[in-house]
Design a protein around this ligand. Sequence first.
Ligand code: BTN
Length: 243
Amino acid sequence: LGKNIHYEESVGSTQKIASRLVLEGAPEGTIVIAEEQVAGRGRMDRSWHSPKYTGIWMSVILRPNIPPQKAPQLTLITAVAVVQAMEEAGLHPAIKWPNDILLNGKKATGILTELQADADRIQAVIIGIGINVNQKHEDYPEELQSIATSMSIEAGKPLDRAQILQHVLYHLEKLYLLYLDKGFQPIKLLWESYAITIGKKITARSISETIHGKALGITEDGVLLIEDESGKQHHIYSADIEL
Ligand code: BTN
């Protein structure tokens, strides 16, 4: 990963640039990284606050030979890679399904996976990773202050973004190769060891429904399993989770 790097000072969204590069035939492992995004995108049509020189805003292009419904597994692989990189910085991150990485209960990283695929074949997966590294508490807009944090806020000192980037790419490449070689099972175990959702009572809110129950775990495809009070099991593909 990262043999091919597109570095930009300021962009709308690195996801958009990456999808153009995919159409132009960019090879697997191509990375788009920017110092600032003025139209950073989050999940569920939200925006992603990406101020200049503070975080790691990047998109990674992968071209795995897997069926499209397995793509969520790549989000989980990425979450584990970011967690491992944060641990190297002396922090203690936790994963909130599907893809939020929390430090001290507040969000420090978001991952957005987008697909370019036919019915049965993936052309490319674009994994967008936004890591809050050097923001100070007061850098966040008021509505984010109670829910967002950065690695440096939690570490109590400024951190080297280039080094963190290097660690993320190192772990992501290692886990991706493990995945291609051995399948999802070893990653699933790692992911579950970092997940705070599993075994807890949670509420899952999606556009169509709200489900309360106990999070049992994830399936092979990265789908969250919840058991409600009546004992019925639900497969959650996309939702916001409250603990
Ligand atoms: C989320 O909603 O939690 C996902 C946020 C993903 C943000 C990253 S930053 C790099 C890439 N480019 C974007 O516009 N979004 C992703």
